[in-house]
Ligand binder design. Sequence first.
Ligand code: FAD
Length: 435
Amino acid sequence: PPSIVWFRRDLRLRDHPALLAAADRGHDALALFVVDPALTAPAGAARLAFLHGCLRALDEQLGGRLMVADGDPAVVVPRVARSVGATSVHVSADAGPYGRTRDLAVEHALSDVEFVRTGSPYAVTPGRITKADGTSYRVFTPFSRAWAEHGWRTPAKTSASTLHWIEPVDGGLPDPPACSARLPEPGEHAAMAAWEAFRDERLPDYAARRDRPDLDATSRMSPYLRWGCVHPRTLLADLGRRDTAYRTELAWREFYADFLWHRPETARANVNPRFDALRHDTDPARFTAWRRGETGYPIVDAGMRQLLAEGWMHNRVRMITASFLTKDLHLPWWWGARHFMAHLVDADLASNQHGWQWTAGSGTDAAPFYRVFNPVTQGRKFDPDGAYIRRHIPELRHHDGDVHEPRNAPGYPPPIVDHAEERKVALDRYGEISG
Ligand code: FAD
C-alpha cells in the first residue's frame, strides 16, 4: 500500500527526513497539501500568492503529482488515506500551537492509519533543549549556547527518485490568487539560488551591513524558511565554521519557536505579565495612518510601504515601525502583530509575536521599555543617504531638503504625532506599571 506525504511547512524534496521515513515503508507515495481555511483566512494576498508559487514549484518537481485538497485536515487527510488505501501518513512535526492541536486531531481521526512525525522545520526540534533542571530557557544568549552545543544532524540525503509518486485521486492546483506585490521567486530551486548568491556575495559583509535597509545586505531567506523551501540545517551545514552573525540570527528563529512551544499562550499573552496593566490607546485613525505608511515619519512610512509592496520588511525597520506603533501611538502590540501576520510573506507566529513583544518591552529578554527609538535618528543612522526612504516613498523621491525630516514635501503628510511628547507619555505609562 502507498503512504501519504502530507506537505505543510516543508515544501521541498531535498533534506527532507519525513520523505525518507515514507520511503522506508515502501516505494509508492501520494504527495498531499491541504489548504486549511483556518490558516489561509487570516493570510493576505501576498502570502497566499507566494504559497501558491511554492506549491506550483513543488508540483513541477513531483512531475505534476501534487494533490491539493481544501478543508479541515482532520476530515480531508483521513478521507484521502482511505481512498488510496494508505497505511501511514508522514509529516514534518509542526511546533506551533495551532499545528500541534490540529495534528493531534488528525492523528485521532486517522485511527488505525499510522501518523508519523519525522523532523521539524528547525535545526533542533522545539522542546528538545532544556536547562539542567528540565525547565526551558527564557533568555536568548544561554539558549543559543545550549543550542549550538546540542548541535544538529548533517542534511539528510533525499531526492525525488527515492519515492514513486502515485497519481492524485483528485484536486489539482487551484488558480493563483490575484496579487500586486513584488514577490521573490517561489520554490526550492529559487531558495537554493538565492542562498548561494547571498553566501557568495553578501555573507562576508553580513555582520557589518545587516542593519542597513538601504543596502539590501541580508539574505531574504525568511519566506523560504517559512515554507520550508529550504531547511535551516542546509544553511547551517553550508556556513560550517564561517560567519557567526548569520548563525546567531538563525538561532533567534529557533529560540522563539522553542519558547512558543513551551509557552503557547504567549502568541497573545504578554511574556511579562506586568505589561497586562499598561494603558493603551485605540485611535483607529492613527492605526490607519501607520498601516498605510502615512505617519509623516519617513523611515516608518518607508517600512510600512515596503511591507505592502513586497510582503517583506527589513529587520531594523520592523523594529522601528513596531516601536512607533507601541511607543509613539500607544496602540496594543497585537494590533501591529496582526497586520504584519496578514501581509508578511514570511509571517511566522513565533518570530512575529515575539519580535513584537521584544520591541514592546513585554517579551523574552526584551529591549528595556524606556529605550524608545527616535524614528528620525534611526533613519539618519541606518539609512544615511535616505536611499531606502526614497525607494519606497515616491513623494520624497525628488525632495531636495532633509529627507529624514521633510518640511513641505508635496503630497507627503506632516508628522501625525510629536515624538518627544509621545515619548514622555510612553514613559509615564510605563512608570505606572513598573512601580
Ligand atoms: P537575515 O538577516 O538574512 O537572517 C537570516 C534568517 O535568520 C532569517 O531569514 C530568519 O529566519 C532568521 N532571523 C533573523 N532575525 C531574526 C529575528 N529577529 N527573529 C527570528 N528570526 C530571525 N521573521 C520571520 O521570519 N517572520 C516574521 O513574521 C517576523 N516578524 C517580525 C516582527 C518584528 C516586529 C520583528 C522586529 C522581527 C520579525 N521577524 C520575523 C524577524 C526578522 O525581522 C526577519 O526574520 C528578517 O527580517 C528576515 O529577513 P532576512 O531573511 O533577510 O534576514
